[in-house]
Ligand binder design. Sequence first.
Ligand SMILES: NC(=O)c1ccc[n+]([C@@H]2O[C@H](COP(=O)([O-])OP(=O)(O)OC[C@H]3O[C@@H](n4cnc5c(N)ncnc54)[C@H](O)[C@@H]3O)[C@@H](O)[C@H]2O)c1
Length: 315
Amino acid sequence: MNILVTGGAGFIGYHLIEALLKEGHTVVCVDNMNEYYDPALKEARLARIAERIEFFKINIADQAALESVFKSHSFDAVCHLAAQAGVRYSVENPFVYAESNFTGTLNVLEFSRRYGVKHVVAASSSSVYGENKKIPFEETDRTDQPVSTYAATKKAGEVLAYAYHHLYGMNSTCIRFFTVYGPFGRPDMALFKFAKSILEGKPIDVYNNGNMRRDFTYVSDIVDGFVAALSKPLGYEILNLGRSNPVQLMDFIKVLEKELGTKAQMNMLPMQQGDVPETYADISKARKMLGYEPKVSVEEGVKKFVEWYRSYYGV
Ligand SMILES: NC(=O)c1ccc[n+]([C@@H]2O[C@H](COP(=O)([O-])OP(=O)(O)OC[C@H]3O[C@@H](n4cnc5c(N)ncnc54)[C@H](O)[C@@H]3O)[C@@H](O)[C@H]2O)c1
């Protein structure tokens, strides 16, 4: 297939492109390379795939620029991952979330419709479940009470995708990712920040006094599920992709300490605004519809992350 990947210089987008290329697809990537975190990491990801893809540095909120990419290519499918990520950042910087996650998503859907794209697979987030008390989180659970601006805009993306399916019969699949980690991961996420601080001998910030559980999911498992969804247009579907085996934050830190061979100094802090105490994916729907089965344990995944971190940063 001829596939457009938005946000392909990002953490998950980059890994997805590697997988799509391996499967023999042709890939075009758009990304605005913004400075939310060090763009050098985005450049480094891109450098590894640059010769095998076509890349356009554009903002998906820029209608004219995005339309020209759709116009000059005939895409069979779109993998929409471009977004302003980060729960905590969204509380202080709401406007960029409206621009990238709402307007940007609307533009991707509208040009997909205008230019005859048959299937849009879009990244959503476990954050749409808010403070859902019912565990594990099922796709049918309530998602109309987000506790961050980020979550609200990711939910908006899902409902926009539904409207496009309803109006135009477009296949749209929204995938709710659960705390993804792995090599080339995001510097604003816990594992990266913890590893960096521990290796620099600095204390790590542990929110809610460590009383949190996260369904940490290794990036290759997410990519496998995403590729399976791409090959199976289903009308409109929402699917969780997680490991379905949440880990206490303090246990996660222990795994990292063991891998780094160093004890962490910890700054115990209260819960941050916009954050949720627990995430836990019910993945029975993805199992049934896609044959999805996460394979990588937290021990194995953290080991691979640390190996990458040490070699990439030479520490
Ligand atoms: N990493 C996770 O744990 C996680 C969890 C849930 C959902 N998600 C979702 O998965 C997707 C990918 O996340 P990621 O972790 O790889 O983040 P990332 O920030 O590494 O990747 C996003 C990419 O999109 C690009 N981008 C942002 N706004 C853009 C715009 N307006 N125009 C063009 N490009 C733009 C960024 O430059 C970046 O390269 C996002 O949609 C995110 O909301 C991620």
